[in-house]
Design a binder for this molecule. Structure first.
Ligand code: ZN
Length: 346
């Protein structure tokens, strides 16, 4: 379908919920925002009418501020309301961080995908020095110097700081499942790329999609290669998932995303994201045309602004995701020189 036939991106709600407040975005579905200590300074969570209470979708990150916002919600608009269960879309700290706390404090059962649950638990393990050495070796082999260890520590410690231990049991959500919440029957969809087996909930009767971080209205979700799977192709998985979403969901789907504003224009946004990554791939190919480049060098070309260590983590892993995609396509090749991988355009 040509892009011009897709409806443009529009936002039916231009106001965002204040700290501790809810906005009703559909009958019995409420939107709240929790603060994050990053440049992306908030995460969206949703409350879905579930019998005499509400199921909550996503939990926020483990910080004092985020817990304070939860306390305001519980003492404010949610006062006297029962929370029934929590659905977590993926293993990233801003979504799963407080699941352990809500399980303990509110007695909520956890529903999430197997990969989200297992990946979070794997990252919460105490890693041996051997594992940390392998991770540092990954960053060094892509051009990082002494900062490699800083990156490893950031990735390891940040996760443990930001995510509380998970409940010991959970209910697995899987692609193709039907999840009944209140009177609504949601289809569970899963998609890869941003996070493995990220869950989305689709409501065909109302054309409504909880998209998690798979498709955001303005920013491009991080697609990264991480040290535990250095040859992975998350960008390939992401682009495949975008095409499936475009082919499978209607143009007038109302999207409730993990960050930023709810929106219409899902197929349009998916094709914008495909084009964005195509442009990025082209930039990598151009940069590697004359002389081989390391991932670190490519990162500075793709992200020329100054980056703090947290942003550097995103930028570096995202850059490598593009290089790995191009290796698969056969338009880039990799050669080891003095222990450092350099990419050259074929
Ligand atoms: Zn997120």
């Amino acid at each position: 379908m040509p892009q011009s036939s897709h409806r443009p991106i529009t936002h039916p709600f231009s106001d965002v919920p204040e700290d501790g407040a809810l906005i009703e975005v559909a009958d019995g579905i409420f939107w709240a925002r929790l603060p994050l200590p990053f440049q992306l300074n908030h995460v969206n969570i949703y409350f879905i009418e579930d019998g005499d209470g509400f199921a909550v979708l996503d939990t926020g990150i483990n910080t004092a501020k985020c817990k304070q916002s939860w306390a305001k919600l519980l003492a404010g608009p949610l006062q006297g309301k029962r929370l029934t269960r929590m659905i977590v879309t993926h293993h990233h700290p801003d979504h799963i961080g407080l699941a352990g706390w809500l399980a303990k404090d509110q007695g909520l059962p956890l529903l999430t995908t197997a990969t989200a649950y297992l990946q979070a638990n794997a990252l919460l393990q105490d890693h041996s020095d051997q594992v940390l050495d392998v991770h540092a070796g990954f960053f060094k082999s892509h051009g990082l110097g002494p900062e490699a260890m800083q990156m490893v520590e950031m990735l390891n410690l940040d996760y443990k700081r930001s995510v509380l231990p998970l409940p010991l049991t959970y209910l697995r959500l899987m692609q193709g499942d039907t999840l009944k919440i209140g009177q609504r029957r949601f289809q569970v969809l899963t998609a890869d790329g941003h996070a493995p087996e990220q869950a989305m909930l689709y409501l065909p009767d109302e054309n409504l999609l909880f998209a998690a971080d798979q498709v955001l209205a303005r920013i491009s979700p991080n697609i990264g290669v991480f040290p535990d799977s250095p040859d992975a192709d998350p960008l390939g998985h992401y682009l495949r998932a975008l095409r499936q979403i475009m082919a499978g969901l209607p143009d007038d789907t109302f999207v409730l995303p993990g960050h930023e504003l709810p929106f219409y224009g899902l197929p349009r946004r998916c094709s914008e994201l495909v084009a964005h990554h195509d442009d990025r791939c082209l930039e990598v190919l151009q940069a590697c045309a004359d002389t081989g480049k390391t991932t670190l060098e490519l990162t500075h070309i793709l992200f020329p602004r100054a980056l703090d260590v947290h942003q550097m983590g995103f930028a570096f892993t995202e850059t490598l995701a593009h290089a790995n995609r191009l290796l698969r396509r056969g338009t880039l090749r990799a050669a080891m020189q003095a222990g450092v991988q350099r990419f050259e355009t074929v």
